[in-house]
Design a protein around this ligand. Structure first.
Ligand SMILES: [Zn+2]
Length: 242
């Protein structure tokens, strides 16, 4: 499924499940923007929440009284490739198959880590679809925004891209950029289950004119891991062009 068809399907299905446009956001200077950890508004648990600069959020309806129900739950992100999007968004999250930090669902407090092309596919937007969905831009990436209660964060571990030195996210140390979430021994953590350890609260979208591999915040790709094998790094173009 291509990115546009995928997004159309996501939005169509999520229309049935309910989008929550009141909480859609554009995270950029002049819109929703802050520096450092956000310390007002919702109680977001024991982990800092930094501005996911350059991303937009399409917010999902999760439940009535969301603020009360998820008081103290932390925000994290889960990178997705397009073949997984629908199954993730409509049903839940599967435990990771690659388990560098043990069994669980892998997420990150950093959009910049979650969107590494090993986790989040880069797709070129066809010109015919551009105006309809994105207004402008040539490339798109998605990551899923989730909420997790601190008690379900089984482990906070180091990055697994081989990035010993490069800074992946200026706000978050490399040694605490991967979270392993308790999957409660389920083959899939169902978002409709009120006792789920992690819920999906939105879809983060980044649209760029140039390939995201050319963004300054993507420099760590080249100092850690990046490859031309599409099943590993879904760059959407040949690495030689970056
Ligand atoms: Zn790779």
């Amino acid at each position: 499924m291509g990115p546009i068809e995928s997004l159309r399907e996501i939005l169509k299905c999520r229309e049935d499940i309910k989008l929550y446009p009141k909480y859609n956001r554009i995270y950029a200077s002049g819109n929703f923007y802050w520096t450092g950890a956000l310390n007002y508004g919702l109680d977001r648990g024991n982990q800092p929440y930094y501005c996911p600069i350059g991303w937009q959020r399409r917010s999902f309806y999760v439940t009535d009284n969301f603020c009360e129900r998820f008081k103290g739950w932390c925000i994290c992100y889960h990178g997705t490739k397009f073949k997984h999007d629908l199954s993730i968004l409509l049903s839940g999250l599967k435990p990771a198959e690659t388990k560098a930090h043990g069994d669980g669902i892998y997420a990150s407090p950093s959009t910049n880590y979650a969107c590494h092309p090993r986790y989040s596919e880069v797709k070129r937007i066809k010109s015919s679809s551009r105006k309809l969905f994105f207004k402008s831009g040539n490339y798109v990436q998605f990551v899923v925004e989730c909420r997790v209660h601190p008690k379900y964060i089984r482990k906070i571990g180091k990055e697994t891209l081989g990035a010993e030195k490069p800074i992946i996210d200026s706000n978050i140390p490399n040694d605490s950029i991967e979270w392993v979430i308790d999957y409660q021994n389920k083959s899939i953590v169902d978002f409709n289950d009120s006792s789920a350890s992690i819920v999906c609260s939105g879809l983060m979208i980044r649209v760029t004119d140039d390939h995201p591999g050319l963004l300054p915040q993507s420099q760590s790709w080249y100092e850690s891991h990046i490859c031309n094998y599409p099943k590993c790094c879904a760059l959407g173009i040949d690495l030689e062009h970056l």
